[in-house]
Design a protein around this ligand. Structure first.
Ligand code: C2O
Ligand code: CU
Ligand code: CU
Length: 422
């Protein structure tokens, strides 16, 4: 088994139904017809090849969010799989262990296809993390958080909102409304992903107990960070350890979303059922060494704006001008780092995301970022009137990739740029 160099998957992108509401079936468009799609577990140093067969009736493509891939396998919005066709995606798994996800990225239609259900986890493990003794197997739980609204018949109800993006009245975790999970009195690793179109969450455990953040988008943090509240913009991932030994057997621990509408408050519930023999489990003091980065080779500044257009139309923009396949906004050098300044000149939050590479957050309004944001990131919240400086590292592969706002409606409405790493 150790000599296995490649894992192969075949996934059908097709309509299906999900049991979300009692007594009703919800039509979805999903990977293998499922929402969420199947979780792919990959291992650093071993490639994964996924054949995606498009049986959906529309043009789709597949993006591995947070993945380091050659550009032809990244899922650039213009690199579509026509319906009836299939496409082989090759994922080399060369980067750090991390919680990734794959989702549709059809040009101008991602808000619809993501909403319809085309999203799944891709967990990249690294055998070198073994010594950390983090919770594994049944105790390592990916949790995909999304919001939806429903019609009477149980189907998803989408309402286009160019300004804020879609916001549903019901929170789903792994496709279920306010699910309950039985947990033992021990440590768990929970991998949160905000796979919503545009809703942000602030996660908080019942009784204000601490969660111990160990990772973010691009993998493990240098050291654990204790948090009582965890804000998550669309596409962000936060890995935490929750010590359920702080609760008695029989406790019902609610995971809340603070600050949203009342119907979005309860995210899920953990029911502590019994004690297990892992009472001596420890949380490591250090998780990962911080690597030296190559010097900064260029500085760029990107205003984030909302532009009214002639004829009453308007669109979200990066750096002036809408997304255009022919336009290449910058050409970073392979192997270099740069300083990118996101300047939010609008009244909405923009979760800014970069394909193909990761960045460090350097500053937020001139101050150091929250310790939970000090690992590798691929998506960062830029709040209204905020200036966030990030330092991308253009390592591994060169080529053409996009960067964009991950509020899906904003990205579709032109809030996207292109870089060619040369
Ligand atoms: Cu989730 Cu263009 O990415
Ligand atoms: Cu991405
Ligand atoms: Cu945006």
């Amino acid at each position: 088994r150790a000599s296995k160099k490649l894992e192969e998957y075949v996934i059908d992108m097709k309509p299906g139904t999900a049991d979300i509401l009692p007594g009703l079936q919800t039509p979805v468009l999903g990977y293998n017809g499922l929402f969420p799609g199947p979780t792919i577990r990959a291992r650093r140093g071993r490639a994964v090849h996924v054949t995606q067969r498009n049986q959906s009736g529309r043009s789709l493509n597949v993006h591995l969010h947070g993945g380091v891939t050659e550009p032809q396998f990244d899922g650039h919005p213009h690199d579509a799989i026509p319906t009836g066709a299939e496409r082989l995606y090759k994922y080399p798994n060369v980067a750090h262990s991390a919680t990734l996800w794959y989702h549709d990225h059809a040009h101008g239609e991602t808000a619809q296809t993501l909403f319809a259900g085309l999203a799944g986890f891709y967990i990249l493990d690294d055998p070198d993390d073994k010594h950390l003794d983090l919770p594994q197997g049944d105790y390592d739980v990916p949790l995909m958080i999304t919001d939806r609204s429903f019609n009477q018949d149980g189907s998803f109800r989408y309402r286009f909102d160019l300004d804020r993006g879609f916001r549903g009245d019901t929170i789903l975790v792994n496709g279920a409304v306010a699910p309950r999970m039985k947990v033992e009195r021990r440590l768990y690793r929970l991998r949160f992903l905000n796979a919503s179109n545009a809703r942000a969450y602030t996660l908080k455990l019942g009784n204000g107990r601490e969660m111990i953040q160990i990772g973010s988008d691009g993998g493990l943090l240098p050291a654990p960070v204790r948090r009582k509240e965890i804000p998550m913009e669309p596409a962000e991932r936060v890995d935490v350890i929750v010590d359920f030994r702080q609760f008695g057997v029989g406790s019902k621990v609610i995971l809340h979303n603070e600050g949203g509408e009342p119907s979005t408050d309860a995210v899920m519930r953990f029911d502590v059922v019994r004690a297990t023999g892992s009472e001596d489990a420890k949380i490591p003091q250090l998780l990962r060494e911080e690597e030296e980065l190559p010097e900064v080779n260029a500085e760029r500044s990107w205003p984030l704006t909302f532009q009214g257009l002639a004829g009453g139309a308007s669109m979200w923009q990066i750096g002036g001008g809408g997304f255009n396949e022919m336009r290449i906004d910058c050409r970073p050098r392979l192997g270099s780092t740069e300083l990118w300044t996101w300047r939010n000149l609008s009244q909405r939050t923009h979760p800014m995301h970069m394909h193909g590479y990761h960045f460090r957050v350097v500053s937020v309004n001139g101050k150091p970022p929250h310790p939970g944001d000090r690992g590798w990131k691929d998506t960062v919240a830029v709040y209204p009137n905020e200036t966030v400086v990030v330092r991308p590292y253009f390592d591994y592969f060169g080529g053409l990739y996009v960067f964009h706002c991950h509020a899906a409606e904003h990205g579709d409405m032109s809030m996207m740029g292109q870089m060619e790493v040369v």
